[in-house]
Write a protein that binds this ligand. Structure first.
Ligand SMILES: Nc1ncnc2c1ncn2[C@@H]1O[C@H](COP(=O)(O)OP(=O)(O)OP(=O)(O)O)[C@@H](O)[C@H]1O
Ligand SMILES: [Mg+2]
Length: 493
């Protein structure tokens, strides 16, 4: 059998590598990982806006690289992902420096200082594309101004990225305005405060962006005495330990407005519930039940910390971007059981609040207009039919009107934004299939309208359902089929 060495072409490979799916937040976090791996204790990020050519600069006081190490570092695929990494090391694939930088811009310049000696390398993708060769500059392009003194000690590294076509529209007709440039920077700051919160809390890492010092955002509000920390569990995964620490946050009503917003984090309370997966104290995935449960409002108090070490990267299917993992089958059941238990506690806290009557013993039943009905997985807000005002009104109505009022109340329940939001979160998980809950809601909704005696066609009913929040992704003929089969067939006209 003959064989022939077949080198990949530089231009297409580089273009493809730019698109492996980083966003600016995950890209910057991956670059910070490198500085942390280099034992940096101080990392300064500098985002500089300039309509023509904005830039991103990361300066660290880590161990730095000599000429040979820098040459290797700039190579695409500089280390074998299968090699054992040092304990606590965040790198894995030998790609991040290049792929993360190129997802932001077309030019990556690295100046590194080791034992007081400087080394320089620079990738300019315009040049690589033009020549279609892996040609790496050994000096700084003339149009880049870098102050080497920004590395203050004997060791350290400057990573400089410009020609930011992806980050800020360099070279396109859509150069972003300074306002949106800096609001992106703001979002990056928030993201880093979450992802690196453990290191920031331990005060071993000082991280700054444009002269703002980052302060840790702790998802579990560990400093709050009102927060409930569950029992720590140690799971075994192929002989490697996974540590699970469940937390149940206090009821939202116990926060003031500012605290409440802050505790909501980047995505807000409901979407921040779920597992928080840490690899070597660095958050890789957050606010996700991995399809095991819906993200519903009454479970929003649960955040479960899961820690694994870099030895288990393979089992977790860690990706190059360090932003997604898959729960290993071996521990899925255990995690599901833990989550289920703490979701229950969250339900209890939320339920108690909703049910609690503030007016003491004299009033029969609660004065809440809405109450929460829940079983293991499903929970719905229903109107409190025993509300004294409502019972008083109904008492004075004749049966026909009473029936219509009740039907209308049922429609309000089905259309309650809370109930629909919950359904929406299920739709997001799997847009292709229609789940039993959605089907139930469709049948119930259509049934009530059909039975109300109001003149309305099958198409109108289906259309009104398809417009409901959370049902947009379901094709209208699917809804029509269900209504026809399950509702209309069972009604005698
Ligand atoms: N700021 C830095 N200081 C010192 N060395 C660095 C720095 N950034 C990168 N390196 C060196 O360059 C190498 C390549 O970095 P790169 O991010 O491409 O891969 P990695 O960190 O090994 O793995 P991953 O692709 O998972 O990030 C690193 O292994 C490290 O040796
Ligand atoms: Mg790296």
């Amino acid at each position: 059998m003959g064989e022939i060495i077949t080198q990949p072409l530089a231009a297409p490979v580089i273009q493809a590598l730019r698109s492996i799916g980083y966003n600016s937040q995950t890209a910057i976090a991956d670059l910070i990982d490198n500085s942390v791996d280099a034992k940096a204790t101080k990392i300064s990020l500098c985002f500089s806006y300039n309509e023509g050519n904005s830039s991103i600069k990361i300066i660290d006081n880590g161990i730095g690289m000599d000429e040979k190490e820098l040459q290797t570092a700039m190579t695409v695929g500089s280390k074998d992902p299968r090699d054992k990494r040092e304990s606590k090391e965040l790198g894995r694939f030998g790609m991040g420096l290049k792929t993360a930088s190129f997802s932001l811009g077309k030019r990556l310049t690295v100046v590194s200082k080791k034992a007081s000696k400087f080394s320089i390398r620079c990738w300019d993708l315009d040049y690589v594309s033009k020549e279609n060769e892996w040609l790496l500059y050994k000096s700084i392009p003339v149009d880049i101004e870098l102050d080497f003194d920004e590395i203050q000690g004997d060791n350290g590294t400057i990573v400089f990225i410009d020609k930011l076509d992806r980050f800020s529209g360099y070279g396109t007709n859509n150069i972003i305005k300074s306002g949106s440039f800096f609001s992106k920077v703001n979002r990056i700051q928030k993201y880093l405060e979450m992802v690196f919160h453990v290191l920031l809390e331990e005060n071993i890492l000082f991280l700054g962006i444009n002269d703002n010092m980052l302060s840790p955002w702790n998802p579990f509000l560990e400093s709050s005495p009102r927060c409930y920390e569950g029992e720590v569990q140690h799971l075994q995964l192929n002989g490697k330990e996974v540590v699970v620490t469940p937390y149940v946050l206090p009821h939202p009503a116990t926060f003031n407005k500012k605290e409440h917003r802050e505790a909501g984090g980047i995505k807000g309370w409901r979407d921040q519930q779920g597992f928080y997966i840490y690899r070597e104290n660095r958050l890789v995935s957050y606010g996700d039940w991995f399809g095991l449960f819906p993200r519903d409002a009454i479970s929003e108090l649960v955040r479960i910390k899961v820690d694994f070490t870099n030895e288990a990267d393979e089992e977790w299917k860690l990706d190059v971007k360090k932003s997604t993992v898959t729960i290993p089958e071996d521990i899925k059941e255990a995690l599901e059981a833990i989550a289920k238990y703490y979701r229950h506690i969250s339900h209890e806290i939320m339920l108690y609040r909703t049910r609690a009557s503030r007016s003491g013993e004299k009033v029969k039943g609660s004065l809440n207009t809405w109450e929460l009905q829940s079983d293991d997985n499903i929970s719905n807000y229903v109107l409190n039919r025993n509300h004294p005002v409502l019972t008083n009104i109904l008492k004075n109505l004749d049966d026909g009107v009473k029936r219509k009022v009740n039907l209308y109340l049922k429609l309000i329940e089905l259309g309650s934004p809370n109930n629909l939001l919950k359904t929406e979160s299920m739709v997001k998980q799997d847009r292709q299939t229609i789940d039993e809950n959605q089907k139930k809601t469709i049948i119930e909704y259509a049934g009530i309208i059909v039975n109300s005696g109001v003149e309305i066609s099958l198409d109108q009913i289906s259309e009104s359902i398809s417009l409901m929040n959370g049902f947009e992704s379901i094709e209208i003929h699917t809804i029509q089929d269900i209504v026809k089969k399950e509702v209309v067939a069972s009604v005698k006209f």
